[in-house]
Design a protein around this ligand. Structure first.
Ligand code: ATP
Ligand code: F6P
Length: 775
């Protein structure tokens, strides 16, 4: 399997210069402000070769980190000014030759100020209509996303900025066929672009409740006032036109005249001298310059680090957009703003919001097209951008996403090399946080594999073990007693270096003896499946995933370890409830969950906890004040009543920057201390109430497996082996998903998604599942 670096061997300095010079010399296209052409020069190739050393130094600096995006930008500009003597063609040739050598790839992981993807994100609170209770919606901003889904936010915007980011629609010069970018003053196409802009405006108006009808069932008044919205545009006239259409759509009554302000962060890519050129011409000329096929030349253009002659790269645009939007958010706290921009900007945002590393998310959104998502909703809060992208009002969306899913699925199937009954060996590893049930799954893999006469190998400590070649053959003896083993009997690991393609390559090298007739079974969570997908797509390793994570955060399946973690948590929670009831104390119990609340909800529900603070809640601060303190106000001091609240780790709130149970004890104890009922009356002596926090943390991962987890593990492993033997095309490149026995489906790894929070159970726990509250 070729890597992307190998595949750019055809890119030469001479070819790049021939191509760049040809476009720099062409007369500028109408409406394009092209960069000035540099004077002719005989020694550009030699100068480009010299400049490569400075670019390498720049990459080394970037690896160490730039505190802010402007430091990145000015260091890049300094290379053009100094090492290239201000000649953009020298830079173009030197930069892209280094790209072909793979020397620029570290830039994609460089820590550049706010542009660096956060390691933890707060899930946005999206609630399906069926589960949107008045209690959840009351006092909140409720944005109607269409498809019966609603995004909930605290109504109080202070310290928070709400950004509606929209693309312009269809313009006279279309980005489908031409390189448009920031240098071309483009207008909306009168016949198609203007109506599309109206559709976006109408959809936004519905989303923010101007139309109001969709939310009538909640009996809410409007929650956002479009009159106060700020509006920002780029230089291209089409963004101003979109602004005018949207402003008109938002106005129920004539709005006072609002002006749109120019924001550099909303500019599109800089295509330099290629601006306005037809894409087919662009790639044909590039292919001719290198003497290669058009399909080969496309590889260069598709690289996010490819720099256009006289312009920038997609990666540069990404840095500008992400940094610029952080600044916009910070400058307008407490306000809502509409940002009118371009498809490449939205693509940059979608890549930023995606949890995967830049280069993986870039590939995922490579087919971003006109008909796809048109509005990206963002909030800026405590220095962080989070958000959600949606295709408001666009009927083509479903077809487009289905088509692109089918295309990816075809690619998955094309990569399956195992034929039915060809498999001879199974290699298995456990990755990510350990979990109960891994042993039972490994044992069953061994048992079933032996029945088919297959060899079995285990890798110790996950992908780390793969990189270290800790691959061992497994005998019947080795797996004795494994089924009831707590945690993972062959170890597991977090191994961030595995995100690096070079490390993957080395690790896959150790699998070389197995590549022809073996499958690699990866037991783990979403991160582990990203690793599995990378070596399936990048190197052709025939992988199958078995879901295992106490977080139970994978859609469409129960994950191994979840039931056992819950059972163990239940013992602690029941003990705490007993002592809380005996002493009248208030207890907060924190459980893990990688920032999501599935495990916490399950624990709280079965233990009949008094409350549950989760990351998915639209307004954790309000929950603390209204539900937790509200409940305590009613129940404190009631004889033998327990007061137990389950808290999901890292749930953000204003009482501590780490969130979770941190800061809650002091805050709640302080509030209780001030209540009148706590003050002793003459002759009456209330219970002395303690307020305490317990963090169950890692105890849950090492839980002994429950019978249910063992059984699920066996079913999943049984089906994995049988299908690998009989129908490899159906399972390779997939995760085996368990709903119930007899309902085990293979979900392609490219389609594995986060589990939606169960708002129904949340409402049931609080007695708010009935539309108008309990009778
Ligand atoms: N994008 C990626 N590319 C390659 N490997 C990855 C990627 N993401 C994660 N991995 C690998 O998978 C390992 C496990 O991922 P992660 O730490 O996210 O745990 P997980 O599998 O999601 O399980 P859990 O969240 O339950 O602990 C990482 O340490 C890394 O080795
Ligand atoms: O092992 P670490 O690195 O402390 O990871 C903790 C994370 O692992 C998990 O326990 C899942 O394995 C998460 O719930 C938690 O956020």
């Amino acid at each position: 399997m070729q890597s992307t670096t190998d595949s750019l061997d055809f890119v030469t300095i001479e070819g790049l210069l021939a191509y760049g010079e040809q476009f720099a010399r062409r007369p500028a296209i109408d409406g394009v402000s092209a960069p000035p052409a540099p004077a002719s020069s005989n020694d550009r190739a030699a100068r480009a070769r010299q400049a490569m050393a400075s670019i390498k130094d720049f990459v080394a600096r970037a690896r160490a980190g730039f505190p802010r995006a402007d430091a990145y930008r000015s260091a890049r500009q300094a290379v053009i000014d100094d090492a290239c003597a201000g000649d953009p063609l020298v830079f173009f040739a030197a930069w892209n030759r280094l790209l072909a050598e793979g020397a620029l790839h570290p830039l994609m992981r460089a820590p550049i100020g706010s542009v660096l993807k956060p390691t933890q994100r707060r899930p946005v609170a999206i609630v399906p209509r069926a589960q949107l209770t008045p209690q959840l919606a009351d006092g909140r901003i409720v944005l109607d996303l269409g498809d019966d889904r609603f995004w909930l936010l605290p109504r109080e915007l202070s310290g928070r900025t709400l950004l509606f980011t929209m693309r312009h629609g269809i313009s006279r010069v279309e980005s489908k066929t031409h390189r448009v970018g920031r240098r071309l003053a483009n207008q909306l196409d009168v016949e198609r672009g203007v109506p599309r802009a109206d559709v976006v405006g109408a959809a936004l108006a519905r989303m923010v409740g101007v139309v109001g009808q969709q939310l009538d069932f909640l009996h809410l008044s409007n929650y956002l006032e479009p009159r106060g919205f700020l509006h920002f545009i780029s230089r291209s006239p089409n963004t101003r036109q979109l602004f005018e259409r949207v402003r008109a759509a938002l106005a129920r009554d004539p709005l006072p005249p609002t002006e749109a302000v120019y924001a550099p962060a909303l500019e599109s890519s800089d295509f330099g001298w290629i601006t306005g050129v037809e894409k087919t011409v662009e790639v044909q000329e590039l292919a001719a310059a290198f003497g290669v096929e058009v399909s080969t030349a496309k590889r260069l253009i598709k690289d996010p680090l490819y720099c256009y002659p006289g312009g920038n790269s997609f990666f540069d645009l990404y840095v500008d957009v992400i940094d610029g939007l952080h600044q916009l958010g910070a400058a307008h706290a407490g306000q809502a703003a509409c940002l009118y921009t371009h498809s490449s900007t939205l693509r940059a945002l979608m890549i930023y919001l995606d949890a995967r590393p830049f280069h993986e998310a870039f590939t995922e959104f490579s087919d971003y097209k006109e008909s796809q998502d048109n509005v990206v909703l963002l909030t800026f809060e405590k220095g962080h951008l989070s958000g959600y992208s949606t295709a408001v009002g666009l009927s083509e969306r479903e077809r487009a996403s289905r088509d692109s899913w089918m295309a990816v699925e075809r690619v998955r199937k094309d990569r399956v090399t195992l034929k039915p009954r060809q498999i001879k060996r199974i290699v298995a590893l456990v990755s990510g946080g350990d979990f109960a049930g891994a042993g039972a799954a490994l044992k069953e893999l061994r048992v079933q594999a032996y029945r088919f006469g297959l060899e079995v190998h285990f890798v110790r400590h996950g992908f780390l073990g793969l990189a270290n070649n800790w691959i061992e053959p497994v005998t019947e003896e080795d797996t004795r007693g494994m089924s009831s083993h707590a945690s993972s009997p062959i170890g597991s690991s977090r191994f961030e270096d595995f995100k690096d393609e070079l490390v993957q390559r080395a690790a896959v090298g150790h699998l070389a003896p197995f590549l022809e007739d073996a499958a690699l079974v990866v037991l783990g969570g979403d991160g582990s499946f990203r690793g599995a997908r990378a070596i399936y797509e990048g190197f052709g390793v025939q992988v199958v995933g078995i879901p295992g994570t106490i977080d139970n955060n994978l859609e469409g399946t129960i994950s191994l370890g979840y039931h056992s973690a819950m059972a163990l948590a239940d013992q602690s929670i029941e003990s705490l409830k007993a002592t809380s009831a005996a002493m009248g104390s208030v207890f907060f119990v924190e459980v893990m969950g990688a920032g999501s609340g599935h495990l916490a909800l399950a624990c709280a529900y079965q233990a009949r906890a008094e409350g549950l603070l989760v990351n998915e809640h639209p307004d954790p601060d309000a929950y603390i004040d209204e539900v937790i303190l509200g409940t305590l106000k009613r129940t404190l001091g009631v004889p033998n009543k327990s007061h137990l609240f389950v808290v999901a780790e890292r749930t953000p709130h204003r009482h501590h920057r780490e969130g979770g149970v941190h800061g809650l004890v002091d805050y709640v104890a302080g509030a209780i201390g001030g209540w009148a009922q706590r003050h002793a009356k003459p002759g009456q002596y209330p219970l002395t109430l303690a307020t305490k926090a317990t963090i169950l943390g890692h105890t849950l991962r090492g839980a002994p497996p429950t019978p249910e987890d063992k059984a699920i593990a066996q079913h999943l492993a049984y089906e994995t082996v049988h299908r690998l033997v009989e129908r490899p095309e159906d399972v390779v490149g997939c995760m085996m998903a368990y709903r119930e026995r007899g309902a085990i489906d293979a979900i392609p790894l490219h389609a594995v998604s986060p589990k939606q929070f169960d708002w129904d159970l949340f409402a049931r726990m609080h007695g708010t599942e009935l539309r108008n509250g309990p009778p």
